[in-house]
Ligand binder design. Structure first.
Ligand code: HEC
Length: 244
């Protein structure tokens, strides 16, 4: 909004060309009004929920999981690839990448690429879907609030991802029904560490849960895993799929 005002002021000052350039730059972006975040219920376990402070955006619970799920693939912004010098695996790496303009929700490379309408410039690149309007608004609110490294109880905790505490239960609950016993789906046995590790290493685990091209989309015949699960699995795979 502030930028649009600037455009009109400059135009009325007679600096028409500068005004036009600014207008073109501004009009390439979606100007999304900042949302008012109402109560965000957060799972604190035992079936209880406790609202986080409804006025704040909690980076670790509300933003990092979908950023990791959408941007930290191999070949893009994981630690090994860090395309264009950008690594999106944690608060620290994101901030070190220099793509956030703290306090200005309409500026900075991150906002520019996720709101860009040109398919050759926008992120994530096609055929991946764009971030949702709600995710973009969360990022903008977070930046406007100072791009802080905040946590609240519960939600998606990506801080301590181990095979036994985190990955195994996801496999048990969402995959093993079809991936155990003598003839598991696709010959892939996900009921043992070695089976899961094998799929992690050959790329099929992430490829299938992210619905990557060339892989069978998993879990078969049901909706995609939540971003939080995908983020945790990617963190574990990127760490070398340890038996921990
Ligand atoms: C309803 C049964 C079912 C569920 C649930 C399921 N799978 Fe599968 N999965 C299959 C079948 C069947 C195949 C063989 C390929 C095909 O038919 O699409 C397969 C194939 C795979 C493959 C090999 C993919 C490839 O392209 O080589 C992987 C990896 C895999 N599944 C992982 C998972 C994971 C991880 C989950 C849980 C998030 C899961 N599956 C849930 C049935 C299932």
């Amino acid at each position: 909004m502030i930028q649009m005002n600037t455009v009109y002021q400059r135009k009325s000052n007679g600096t028409i060309i500068l005004g036009l350039i600014l207008f073109l730059v501004v009009s390439c972006k979606h100007e999304i009004p900042l949302p008012i975040i109402s109560n965000v219920p957060v799972d604190i376990g035992n079936g209880n929920t406790l609202p986080c402070d409804s006025d704040s955006v909690y980076f670790n619970q509300q933003i990092l999981p979908f950023l990791i799920a959408n941007c930290a693939q191999s070949g893009r912004h994981d630690a090994a690839s860090h395309q264009d010098g950008v690594t999106i695996t944690s608060y620290q790496t994101l901030m070190n990448s220099g793509i956030i303009e703290i306090g200005d929700p309409n500026d900075g490379d991150l906002i520019e690429v996720i709101t860009d309408t040109d398919p050759s410039d926008r992120m994530p690149p096609p055929p991946a879907a764009l971030l949702t309007a709600q995710q973009i608004q969360l990022i903008q609110t977070w930046i406007a609030q100072g791009a802080q490294n905040l946590n609240c109880d519960g939600g998606c905790d990506t801080s301590n991802v181990t095979f036994n505490a985190v990955i195994k239960p996801i496999m048990q609950n969402k995959c093993q029904g079809c991936h155990q016993g003598t003839s598991p789906g696709g010959g892939v046995n996900l009921s043992t560490y070695l089976g899961v590790q094998g799929s992690a290493i050959d790329g099929s685990l992430l490829g299938s849960i992210e619905h990557g091209s060339g892989w069978s989309a998993m879990p078969k015949n049901s909706s995609k895993l939540p971003d939080c699960d995908i983020a945790k699995i990617r963190i574990w795979v990127n760490a070398g799929a340890p038996n921990n």
